[in-house]
Design a binder for this molecule. Structure first.
Ligand code: GRF
Length: 209
């Protein structure tokens, strides 16, 4: 299965995917390319180091949003992916891309959806809101992407304990280490090996062979 990874930042989730492919926790997958909307994203250096083609499609390079979206979709199509993984990608996915790759785009969100998600809930903002609310359990979610923001069907979640005195940065790191970097590779491997099913409620679950 050809997997394209879309990034905007440090690429620690991309690195978790690359590591999982290398050590066999993900099988039947080729990372066919990494696309970033930011030329300075460290994720692009991680891709280069791993010998994976890196493409930058920067909004600034295009006169209109429509032209940017067309270029983004063109870059994705050029990789001929079977699955698109949004790993810290901070761009709203164009509706045309959702249609063209229906149920073939997944996202990792650093909270237990439907909590602390939607417009404005990205990066550290998520963990700041978690600490402001005082919840004792947070975590991460892998979900299919639909036209909304963090609203698509949930595939996998992992809970993480909030500790007294956590800062947003400390909590973000724990959620990455104990949840994101584990469930995103797990979800990709399950999709690549046809181990995703739906129950009588229409909800998605990973099956264990
Ligand atoms: C992090 O906030 C992560 O929780 C979310 O995207 C941001 C960047 O992650 N998924 P990465 O290090 O670029 O993968």
């Amino acid at each position: 299965m050809r997997v394209a990874v879309l990034v905007s930042g440090g690429g620690t989730n991309l690195q978790a995917i690359l590591n999982a492919v290398n050590d066999g926790r993900i099988t039947n997958v080729t990372i066919c390319g990494v696309i970033s909307n930011r030329p300075d994203a460290f994720a692009l250096q991680r891709a280069e180091r791993a010998g994976v083609p890196g493409i930058c499609v920067s909004r600034k390079a295009y006169a209109t949003r429509a032209e940017f979206e067309e270029a983004l979709l063109g870059a994705v199509d050029s990789l001929k992916p079977d699955l698109i993984v949004l790993a810290g990608f901070l761009v709203i996915i164009p509706p045309e891309m959702i249609r063209r790759y229906e149920r073939r785009i997944i996202n990792i969100h650093p909270s237990l959806i439907p909590s602390f998600c939607g417009d404005g809930f990205y990066g550290l903002h998520v963990h700041e809101a978690v600490l402001a609310r005082g919840v004792k359990v947070t975590g991460a979610t892998v979900h299919y992407v639909d036209e909304g923001t963090d609203t698509g069907p949930i595939l996998l979640q992992q809970a993480v304990a909030v500790q007294p005195g956590d800062t947003p940065e400390v909590l973000q790191r724990r959620v990455m280490e104990q949840a994101e970097w584990i469930i995103l590779p797990q979800a990709i491997d399950a999709i690549a090996n046809d181990r995703v099913s739906r129950d009588s409620n229409g909800n998605y679950f990973l099956t264990t062979d």
